[in-house]
Design a protein around this ligand. Structure first.
Ligand code: HXC
Length: 510
């Protein structure tokens, strides 16, 4: 072998060995894969092209000049997922804990810049102790350079973060500005400051898991969109999720050949909604029975469970689904569910993904906890998101659509394109009982009269026909034919054109 070839081979080997075999072994013992092993699972076989394998840090403090590892703790490049281009970076915890140096940041920035030019998503596999402590402000600057690119790429190319180890400090803020954050249970953590700092500052004693584990962030904080059992499962599900997304904001979502007939009827849906309007039912059943092959990819399933969001396909094309869930809090809108759905609606709108909304909502959740928490502002986020979005919007009211929540949930008034209702839908300012107690307050002592008034109100307003007579509902449909109606509507809307007025940017109620 020529000397130069030998040098190249040994440099490659050094890069591939990262922080050394001992650290790799320790990493494996923790149930974690190395940065390169992760990429092998995520990407199509043989598709990965690595760049910047020989980049080294430039730090000379704390003896760092003698500790240079080619690649400097992050593997970057591009490849394909089911044949579609993707840019990736995968942090190597065996090299200084995956911490971000100036050079490490430059590598990430380089592939982000290329992703923007090529119009393809960026997936980050994050496993990092944050800013490289030995480098001081140079690493902070590196983070800011990444943050700036996250923001400029937002809404231009999809950005997905998979958290695969302890991520602290800057290592959580870059993911926070990406579109989706996925985590691996038991081996990944996200926190701004770790348990030791928490103890010093607030005297709270908390474990890594309690403070920032996948369970915490997928159920309590809502920071995490999905938590997976292990790394292998996580990476495979990420491949599945990727297939739903367009590569950039100028593309339509990918279309797959579909064997499931668009006019498939589902007679069981005719009895999905119970006779008793106060009895709950599982709206997820409606989603899975109407989408292609029952395949629904739910996002944030364990957070704000009173609303369901996720991706599916209708006649082969990606569609975003939003649905009130009567099983939880009767499907009310509250702070968390409004924020969750608003973010999802905005993602779909940014990337040309049509939105189907299933409505069964008794209103906004009342109470001091909600008011003090700012439900006015947070509920307005969902209203704002639906009103602003220009992608095709198809809405089906299955039962209740009361009050402000009727307006919010992709109503005709917010430029809903096709608004449908099932025959038993109730569309009114509020439920019959509440309405009668307000407008006939003087009759409250007279149970018979109240009962009669309630029946009268129900007869008059608790149906879809008043809204249909005004054209707010385009049609009242048989539940069994819901899929047919949605597929027809989406086909009609395939080339929908709608633009909002020019502005620098809107002022979403944050
Ligand atoms: C340099 C680091 C490092 C860091 C870890 N290491 N974090 N080196 N800079 N930030 C090194 C360790 O020295 C160790 O080296 C190796 O990585 C593995 O770390 P361990 O502590 O042995 O691993 P573990 O017990 O699993 O703990 C992982 C950890 C912990 C939870 C990430 O290392 C940790 O708390 N690190 C510091 C986190 C932090 O405070 N980061 C700065 C945040 S400030 P050896 O040689 O022994 O293998 C920040 C500012 C940006 O990011 C803010 C922008 C908004």
């Amino acid at each position: 072998m020529r000397e130069i070839d030998q040098r190249l081979a040994s440099k490659r080997q050094a890069a591939e060995l990262g922080g050394g075999q001992a650290r790799i072994d320790r990493h494996h013992q923790r149930g974690k894969l190395t940065s390169r092993e992760r990429l092998e699972i995520l990407l199509d076989e043989g598709s990965f092209t690595e760049s910047d394998m020989f980049v080294e840090h430039r730090c000379v403090d704390f003896g760092m000049q003698d500790q240079k590892i080619p690649g400097d703790g992050v593997v970057t490049g591009w490849g394909t997922i089911n044949g579609r281009l993707v840019f990736v970076f995968s942090q190597d915890f065996t090299v200084f804990g995956g911490s971000l140096s100036e050079a490490h940041a430059e590598k990430i920035c380089k592939i982000m810049d290329q992703a923007m030019k090529s119009g393809a998503p960026v997936i980050g596999l994050n496993d990092s102790g944050g800013a490289r402590i030995q480098e001081g402000v140079a690493s902070l600057g590196g983070y800011a350079d990444v943050f700036q690119r996250n923001v400029l790429a937002s809404g231009v190319v999809p950005q997905i973060s998979m958290i695969m180890g302890p991520c602290a400090g800057g290592a959580v803020y870059s993911p926070a500005m990406t579109d989706f954050i996925f985590m691996v249970k038991d081996t990944s953590y996200m926190f701004v400051t770790g348990p030791e700092v928490v103890k010093t500052v607030t005297h709270e004693e908390v474990t890594h898991e309690e403070l920032g584990g996948a369970e915490t962030h997928s159920t309590i904080s809502g920071v995490c969109d999905l938590a997976f059992e292990n790394e292998l499962h996580a990476l495979r599900k990420l491949r599945e999720f990727y297939d739903f997304l367009p590569l950039n904001n100028r593309e339509k979502p990918p279309v797959r050949p579909c064997e499931d007939p668009p006019n498939r009827e589902e007679t069981s849906l005719d009895t999905l909604v119970p006779e008793n309007p106060n009895q709950p039912y599982d709206i997820r059943e409606l989603i899975t029975k109407t989408v292609d092959d029952g395949h629904f990819f739910e996002i944030q399933p364990d957070f704000a469970r009173n609303i369901i969001v996720g991706m599916a396909r209708m006649n082969g094309s990606t569609v975003g689904f939003v649905a009130n869930q009567p099983l939880v809090l009767a499907g009310c809108l509250d702070i968390k569910s409004s924020t969750k759905a608003a973010r999802f609606v905005r993602f779909c709108d940014a990337f040309n993904i049509p939105i189907v909304t299933y409505v069964d909502v008794p209103g906004f959740l009342p109470g001091t906890a909600q008011e003090y928490g700012g439900i006015i502002k947070h509920g307005a986020k969902l209203l704002f998101a639906y009103a602003q979005c220009t992608v095709p919007k198809v809405t089906v009211i299955t039962r209740k659509a009361y009050g402000g929540a009727y307006d919010v949930m992709a109503s005709k008034h917010l430029r809903g394109d096709v608004n449908l209702a099932w025959p038993n839908a109730e569309i009114a300012v509020m439920g019959p009982k509440g309405a009668v107690e307000i407008i006939f307050r003087s009759d409250i002592g007279d149970a018979e009269k109240i009962e009669q008034r309630t029946e009268e109100y129900r007869e008059k307003f608790a149906n879809p026909f008043v809204a249909a007579s005004r054209g707010y509902i385009d049609d009242v449909i048989t539940p069994a034919r819901t899929r047919t109606h949605i597929c027809k509507a989406l086909a009609m809307l395939a080339n929908k054109q709608l633009e909002n007025p020019w502005r620098k940017h809107d002022n979403l109620p944050l």
